[in-house]
Design a protein around this ligand. Structure first.
Ligand SMILES: Cc1cc2nc3c(=O)[nH]c(=O)nc-3n(C[C@H](O)[C@H](O)[C@H](O)COP(=O)(O)OP(=O)(O)OC[C@H]3O[C@@H](n4cnc5c(N)ncnc54)[C@H](O)[C@@H]3O)c2cc1C
Length: 391
């Protein structure tokens, strides 16, 4: 994509470059907790120096950049290989900004921008994943509080999060999407038990979270009681689209790394490998263009909308295929883990291959995204075998 960026974007680029040259935090520490603190320190530094929250309103400590500036920002950050911006900025932040009241914005937004407080998303349950409106974690009103009972699962980063943005049932058992409330739950509240789940990379990034008589003030409702589905749909749109803006720049870099590795291994003389790399090259450019389209809609004040499912689907299929191709290029050694002497590039591709198996499941499975695209973008008939759609 060689479209020219304007002067404003180039000015930002040179200021950012100078900042990054002086302050680049270098390679991440190996230890998980040290790495977390290292990321937090970086987020604080960005906030202090006015480089946090590229798409975030200035009134809330962000940079409020226009489209071309955001492109320049993410390009420079990706090139410098610095830590990603705090997770809360992509999904929970925009949701509170849009649906939260004044007190909630004052309380929660500043620490999100500074990376001082971490968030997890408590949506999925053992019996409610793709069919999220069937969720059963109950919040029963008791004076000025709700009493929450139930279970979430696959909750990423819950062990280290300060708050959960949870979907809970406040309506009747049959109320489906009309009886769901979006509730902020402090993860230190009595009655919460977190049980980590190990994934196939060996990491414990997500967990089961159990709620037993957990008391949550009613002031923690975002939007109105029983109106949480509307809030969640916007939040899911952010998760599936703008939260990915920096990601396609990251893919650009990973693909460059893979092409370089293929050359070093003498694999570029293989016409099939060349053809597959060319397909990846096409995809990474399409991803970028599609992201710009969504970003531009959001900057105009529009919701990410059902089109965000296109972005999510393309991203997940791309990163899965990219790592499969890496293993095909490297051969059997590509599957050897980091600590072994035969591991290629410290097992980076093997780890990525395992991690991306889940890409077409998280944030809505590939099948569900395809259904959404068919029904809400292309206007095809609804699946008669499924419960009535919730718009
Ligand atoms: C890496 C990762 C991180 C995650 N992080 C979080 C998180 O932080 N918070 C959170 O709440 N959840 C999280 N999840 C959970 C994720 O959102 C769910 O796994 C996902 O929504 C699917 O739900 P499920 O696992 O219950 O599968 P199910 O809904 O039971 O689906 C099983 C299979 O049936 C298919 N299927 C279901 N319905 C349909 C349909 N209507 N048409 C066609 N096929 C269908 C699915 O595509 C899938 O193949 C994470 C998952 C992963 C993998």
């Amino acid at each position: 994509m060689d479209f020219a960026l304007d002067d404003k974007a180039e000015d930002l680029r040179s200021r950012l470059r100078a900042f990054l040259e002086e302050n680049n935090p270098g390679r991440p520490p190996k230890d998980q907790e040290e790495r977390r603190q290292w990321q937090k320190a970086w987020a604080r530094l960005l906030a202090d120096k006015g480089f946090a929250g590229p798409s975030w309103p200035k009134a809330w400590g962000g940079m409020e950049l226009c489209l071309t500036e955001q492109v320049a920002y993410h390009e420079e950050m990706t090139k410098a290989r610095v830590p990603r911006q705090p997770g809360g900025l992509g999904i929970v932040g925009p949701t509170i900004l849009r649906f939260g009241n004044a007190e909630q914005r004052d309380r929660y937004l500043p620490p999100i921008v500074r990376g001082d407080e971490d968030w997890c998303l408590g949506y999925s349950e053992p019996e409610a994943g793709s069919d999220l409106p069937s969720l059963r974690t109950k919040a029963v009103r008791d004076g000025d509080e709700y009493m929450v009972n139930g279970q979430k699962v696959w909750t990423s980063h819950s062990m280290t999060s300060d708050f959960m943005a949870a979907l809970v049932r406040t309506g009747s058992d049959e109320s489906r999407a009309n009886g769901i409330t979006y509730l902020i739950i402090d993860m230190r509240t009595d009655g919460i038990t977190i049980r980590p789940l190990k994934d196939m990379t060996g990491d414990t990034r997500f967990s089961e979270v159990f709620f037993e008589d957990v008391r949550v003030p009613v002031t923690q409702v975002v939007g109105a009681e029983n109106n949480g589905w509307k809030v969640a749909r916007t939040a899911l749109g952010f998760e599936r689209s703008t939260a990915n803006t920096a990601r396609d720049m990251g893919y650009r870099r990973i693909l460059d790394d893979l092409e370089k590795l293929a050359g070093e291994l003498g694999r570029l003389s293989d016409p099939i490998i060349r053809q597959e790399l060319a397909k990846m090259e096409t995809s990474v450019r399409l991803l970028h263009l599609n992201n710009l389209r969504i970003l531009s809609a959001v900057l105009k004040g529009e919701d990410p909308g059902a089109e965000s499912s296109v972005t999510r689907l393309m991203h997940s299929l791309f990163e899965k295929r990219l790592h499969e191709l890496a293993i095909e290029i490297i051969g059997p050694n590509g599957l050897i883990g980091g600590s072994d002497r035969l591991a290629v590039q410290r097992g980076r591709w093997a780890w990525g291959f395992l991690r991306t198996r889940g890409s077409t499941i998280g944030a809505g499975t590939a099948e569900v995204q395809r259904n959404l695209i068919a029904e809400r973008v292309l206007g095809l008939p609804y699946d008669p075998g499924m419960p009535a759609p919730v718009i």
